[in-house]
Ligand binder design. Structure first.
Ligand code: HEM
Length: 405
């Protein structure tokens, strides 16, 4: 199978149960990128080699999909509140706007603030382990995914400063907004109500915290923005808060679910990690490499450029396959083998360059707390049946992972 045929299979409308042989077929092709027919694929090139993907992410001529690109097409994205929100956030902006958003958020979401979340994360994990223990106390299989779902959303609530009583309400709307991304860029069916409700929610919370600041992320961002003459408009502030929560939510859920399933598939590693919880960090990196929650992102060329030797015209689009890069045999020998002892284990799952994941340190902290606590609490934890299928690549994880505790 050549690289283009592999790409076709990867993007099959019915979904992709196992992309890994397709990534292997691309690497067998040899180069790190290939040109494709834009009329058929909507992209001009696909990057899949480790070095090529790394260069693409750091190439300033290659931008994240933004409002400027959509305005050149027929998209009526401004009519969709969910898409309007996304395209006023750092994740989907470039240049001066991106720098403005990112600086403000990075200035508040500091290593100190991340580290300070540790006791809160331990409390949340402990509460959710209690709930899981109760559910599975009679020995019947229980679904692990609601745990993997609840923990990150509560942690994000803690980080952002959402009052505890609002968190379930908030999470349901965050999920609805998320579907706008899965649906692709188009106003049809994008759930506008949830985006409007979340914006209205943050408008109220921002006003409250402006009047009475607390030691939370929202208060800190408001203070920095106001001190600088309103560096962020109210709409931009709300959009970025919504996107921060969404970017950190299901990504972490699936890291936890995919990671636990890998341990079930490798019982020798499960036993080793139980005996040596201090190794959790390198296990998390290998989970991120071999089963990342996000398989790809897109970029577009502001100026004519090239990707791994493939020319990309101005306005050309590039599909950036992190998940394939993480399985580049030139970078990670025997890439299909789960091996947390790999030297120089640096997967590209958190992207790179200007848009490198703002929450990577929090993810690592959270996973580093969840796994040891879970394994310690349930010495007999076992998988009850193979996990539910995974079909999506934009966000890849199991809907169901039945376990006995
Ligand atoms: C397993 C967990 C996670 C994965 C795999 C992940 C992955 C990513 C990726 C691939 C990007 C870059 C997208 C691009 O280059 O176009 C990104 C950006 C981002 N992530 Fe994460 N993420 C995770 C967790 C988190 C968490 C916990 C948070 C927040 C607390 C977070 C907040 C963000 C933000 C705000 C951005 C946008 C940065 C920018 O555009 O400058 N992420 N993430």
């Amino acid at each position: 199978m050549d690289a283009v045929a592999a790409l076709k299979a990867l993007r099959a409308p019915e979904g992709c149960p196992d992309p890994n042989p397709l990534y292997a077929a691309m690497h067998a092709h040899g180069r790190g990128a290939v040109a494709i027919d834009v009329r058929e694929h909507n992209y001009d090139a696909v990057a899949y080699g480790y070095d090529t993907v790394n260069q693409v992410l750091r190439n300033p001529d290659l931008r994240v999909v933004d409002g400027e690109l959509l305005d050149m097409g027929k998209s009526n994205w401004r009519a969709s509140p969910a898409l309007f929100t996304f395209f006023h956030s750092m994740l989907f902006s470039n240049g001066a706007d991106h720098t403005r958003f990112r600086k403000l958020f990075a200035g508040a979401f500091t290593p100190r603030r991340t580290a300070a979340l540790e006791p809160g994360i331990r409390r949340i994990v402990s509460d959710q382990l209690d709930a899981l223990a109760k559910q599975g106390a009679d020995g019947r299989p229980v679904d692990f995914m609601p745990f993997a779902f609840k923990v990150p959303s509560d942690v994000l609530g803690e980080l952002v400063g959402l009052p505890e009583e609002d968190r379930d309400w908030y999470r349901d709307r965050a999920l609805a907004v998320h579907h706008a991304l899965e649906l692709g860029v188009g106003p049809d069916g994008a759930p506008g109500d949830a985006a409007l409700e979340l914006t209205a929610y943050f408008e109220r919370l921002v006003a409250l915290r402006r009047a009475e600041p607390r030691d939370d992320l929202i208060s800190s961002i408001i203070q920095s923005s106001d001190a600088d003459g309103g560096r962020l408009s109210e709409a931009e502030l709300c959009a970025n808060l919504i996107v921060l929560f969404n970017a950190g939510f299901l990504t972490t859920t699936h890291l936890i679910g995919n990671g636990l399933n890998l341990l079930f598939e490798h019982p020798e590693h499960m036993a080793r990690l139980r005996a040596h919880p201090d190794l959790t960090g390198q296990y998390v990196e290998e989970f991120l490499r071999i089963e990342p929650s996000i398989h790809f992102v897109a970029r577009w060329a502001a100026e004519p450029t090239e990707v791994g030797g493939v020319p990309v015209p101005a306005r050309g689009r590039v599909l950036v396959l992190f998940a394939a890069a993480n399985r580049d045999p030139g970078r990670f020998p025997e890439p299909e083998v789960f091996d947390p002892d790999r030297p120089d284990l640096v997967p590209l799952s958190f992207s790179g360059g200007a848009h490198f994941c703002l929450g990577a340190a929090l993810t690592r902290l959270e996973a580093g707390i969840v796994l040891p606590m879970l394994l310690e609490r349930f010495p007999d934890l076992a998988r009850a049946e193979p996990p539910g299928p995974r079909m999506h690549l934009a966000l890849r994880g199991y809907e169901r992972l039945m376990v006995t505790i």
